[in-house]
Design a protein around this ligand. Structure first.
Ligand code: ADP
Length: 482
């Protein structure tokens, strides 16, 4: 790859760079199979060092005013945007998504720094009427302390930005452990922290053994909160360990998003929404449409239009111009997609488009459309995390709601209708943390992102996002006279 100043084969602890030594993790470009570079494989001891560094930086950082911290967050935003092209290229090279999507991700990540820089100025307290005249009850909010963040590979920049921006703005120090598949976009945050002069130790990035680092997060007494984005399976393991250390926890876990198209929908808008939701990041997002329910009256025309639209999607290396869909992250992802397609077709689903590994080889897969999919198939209950659009048929609104809610997950849901009463009814009936009506893309820093049921708890972004990084303190002043 073209050397960029953001490319560091070293971890960032207490403002110092710790280069990869004998124990390292090799990172490959999923589009070419070529090695991008290597990063340190750190363990428990180095994680403790990073937590200590954060802990050392915390008192001065929390004592800074919201405006002072906000200024650093604004500087982070500006640095991300000023270097959007270089950061996006690094992201595409290690993760595979098309360059245009990588650029959008950098802008999305940067927007969280701007959002929280402004939101931090509004961390208000309360004065509560006291039960007796000689007392006053005061409520203030304080940063929780050192935060440990564990993030996934599908949004190598934004998943860190969402957490780091809220932590920094609220006065916390943070140690981030990115996914081993995509550490370079994470380490780039260290370069930016250095360039904007962020006090040493406020932001630390460590790569290495997930379990050892997670153990350190759960056990170190100075670490007060763990924020995790990843699979439900890993989230549950981590949450259990975190409880043993009584750490505050936020969990942004898996989804199984329904995408419902009613007979009264604007069909062209629904197709565009379905394509955007399903094929962004090759279907590797926790909010992407996993089950597409189409009402009988528009089922045939939806299937036809969707298939036409999908055939036009260009698959290739994300760095190449005009590419809509990059490779999948690895061989395991490819196998899951194949298993879901095989299970569906063996049980009666029809393959309309795609269905196979792409001629380009590697981990490229054809955009795939399945029809006549039913609830009995694996694809209905598991997150595919790939470019497969399965079409289910339904007749009534109640049936659609029941099928959509028939999952252990509750992250994002989408539906299309032009009927206002139905829009309200269905939005209220869906058991999800986020519901989009007549839109296929839901995330924005201004809105609270998060799930219910097995999709986790806690909210990122919005005016609610800071709460996860703040403790409430109750102060009582008594003896104020008779
Ligand atoms: P994915 O399927 O998206 O890779 P994971 O939940 O396995 O989802 O990974 C998300 C993050 O969790 C990554 O940073 C990964 O390294 C980390 N991770 C994996 N296993 C564990 C574990 N046992 N404890 C804590 N974190 C883990």
């Amino acid at each position: 790859m073209a050397p960029s100043r953001f490319f560091r084969e070293a971890c960032f602890i207490g403002g110092e760079w710790l280069p990869a030594g004998a124990d390292f993790i090799k990172v490959d470009n999923p589009a070419t199979g070529r090695t991008v570079g290597r990063v340190p494989k750190l363990g428990r001891n180095e994680a403790h060092t990073a937590i200590d560094a954060a802990s050392g930086a915390f008192p001065a950082w929390r004592a800074a005013t919201a405006d002072e911290r906000g200024a650093y967050c604004h500087a982070f935003h500006d640095a991300l945007m000023d270097n959007q092209a270089a950061l996006a290229e690094l992201l595409t090279i290690e993760m595979g998504k098309p360059l245009a999507e990588a650029k959008a991700e950098i802008a999305y990540g940067a927007a969280f720094f701007k959002w929280f820089a402004e939101e931090a100025r509004r961390v208000y307290g309360d004065i509560i009427p006291a039960p007796s005249a000689n007392k006053r009850i005061i409520v203030t909010k304080e940063p929780v302390g050192v935060v440990g963040a564990i993030t996934p590979w599908n949004f190598p920049n934004a998943m860190i930005a969402r957490k780091a921006a809220a932590a920094l703005a609220s006065g916390c120090a943070i140690v981030c452990k990115p996914a081993s598949q995509t550490p370079f976009s994470a380490l780039a945050f260290g370069v930016i922290a250095e360039e904007i002069g962020l006090p040493k130790g406020v932001l630390n990035i460590i790569t290495g053994s997930a379990e050892a680092i997670a153990d350190a997060f759960c056990q170190h007494p100075a670490l007060r909160k763990i924020t995790f984005t990843g699979s439900t399976e890993t989230g549950k393991l981590l949450a259990a360990k975190a409880m043993a250390g009584m750490k505050r926890v936020s969990m942004e876990l898996g989804g199984n998003a329904p995408f419902i198209v009613f007979d009264d929908a604007d069909l062209d808008a629904a197709i565009e929404g379905a394509i955007a939701s399903k094929f962004r990041n090759a279907g590797q997002t926790c909010v992407c449409a996993n089950r597409i329910y189409v009402q009988s009256g528009v089922y045939e025309s939806f299937a036809e239009k969707m298939s036409d639209r999908m055939r036009a999607l260009k698959v290739g290396d994300g760095l190449d111009a005009g590419v809509d869909q990059g490779p999948l992250i690895d061989e395991a992802a490819l196998r899951k997609v194949e298993a879901h397609i095989e299970d569906a077709t063996q049980n009666g689903a029809q393959l309309v488009t795609g269905g196979r590994r792409h001629d380009k080889g590697g981990t490229f897969f054809e955009p795939t459309l399945l029809r006549d999919v039913t609830s009995a198939m694996a694809i209905a209950s598991e997150e595919t995390f790939g470019p497969v659009a399965p079409l289910f048929r339904f007749d009534t609104e109640q049936e659609a709601i029941a099928m959509a809610n028939d999952t252990e997950y509750g992250l994002a849901a989408y539906f299309y209708t032009e009927n206002l009463a139905r829009a309200w009814r269905v939005m209220e009936a869906l058991e999800y943390g986020m519901v989009a009506v007549n839109e296929g893309i839901i995330s924005t820093p201004a809105a609270p992102f998060g799930g219910v049921k097995q999709s986790g708890f806690g909210r990122e972004g919005s005016k609610y996002g800071l709460d996860d990084y703040l403790n409430i303190k109750y102060g009582l002043i008594g003896g104020l006279g008779k």
